[in-house]
Ligand binder design. Sequence first.
Ligand SMILES: Nc1nc2c(ncn2[C@@H]2O[C@H](COP(=O)(O)OP(=O)(O)OP(=O)(O)O)[C@@H](O)[C@H]2O)c(=O)[nH]1
Ligand SMILES: [Mg+2]
Length: 276
Amino acid sequence: MGKLCQLVMGPAGSGKSTFCSTIISHAQATKRSMHLVNLDPAAEHFEYKPAIDIRDLISLDDVVEELHYGPNGGLIYCLEFLIDNIDWLEDELDNYAEDYLIIDCPGQIELYTHIPVMRTVVEVLQRLGYRVGGIYCLDSQFIDDPSKFFAGVLSAMSAMVQLEIAHINVMTKMDLLGEKGKTLETERFLDVDTDMMLERAAQDTSMTRFQDLNIAMTRLISEFNLVSFVPLDITDEDSIELVLSHIDHALQYGEDVEPKELPDHDADDDDDDASM
Ligand SMILES: Nc1nc2c(ncn2[C@@H]2O[C@H](COP(=O)(O)OP(=O)(O)OP(=O)(O)O)[C@@H](O)[C@H]2O)c(=O)[nH]1
Ligand SMILES: [Mg+2]
């Protein structure tokens, strides 16, 4: 199938782990094999058992207890420990040398923005021959709050710029929007209509002090025309299929499958003719 990898990122609680299990169960139903890799040392429960799990290398509880870090500092410590012991990850990956991986990441956005942890993980995967795609999850509930949405769009852009890999933004939890999810207004969020973002920000009086900054940021977003979201409603198989087809396209899934040799029909051509 080729060495492919989805790196699933996004803010805390944005639906990364749910995204991973949704994609894995969809893949299983369509007879595609994927392995879950857990890079979140704070994770507690998984629907699918991870094939590779950072918690086998280092436990957040141990770091918090023994080194007296808080949960966030402890998590950064764990990820930096992973980078210092990257051989461990390489050895583990050896067992899945020809496989499709989906990597569940922690929700601390500084890991994608200003600490080179994820970049190092990507470099290791690429050195081992994987095609890596970044999946950035953002919660659809952000749509109701322009300042949160701004921050989310900027963090997605930041991860994209930092990692320099194929990148797909996914708007998660679309089921929670109900009928609102099908409106034109929501579509404008998915395609990040910057004029509308500005309009919404202008209505929010708490943001007036930052109007110039908002204008500058929306101009940046629209000039680069880089940010759009694929909606994911995990209760709708078609929606899951659509998200996966975007990812397949970005990762060129299936393009390195050897074309099957057609059977040589010459020998029984006569028979076929006779039966026509
Ligand atoms: N209704 C609905 N709830 C969702 C969806 N995705 C996630 N959730 C809920 O949102 C919460 C967070 O989901 P997770 O998948 O754990 O999010 P995460 O990004 O992995 O969270 P962290 O690992 O803590 O950063 C959970 O209570 C999920 O059940 C979704 O598509 N629809
Ligand atoms: Mg998670």
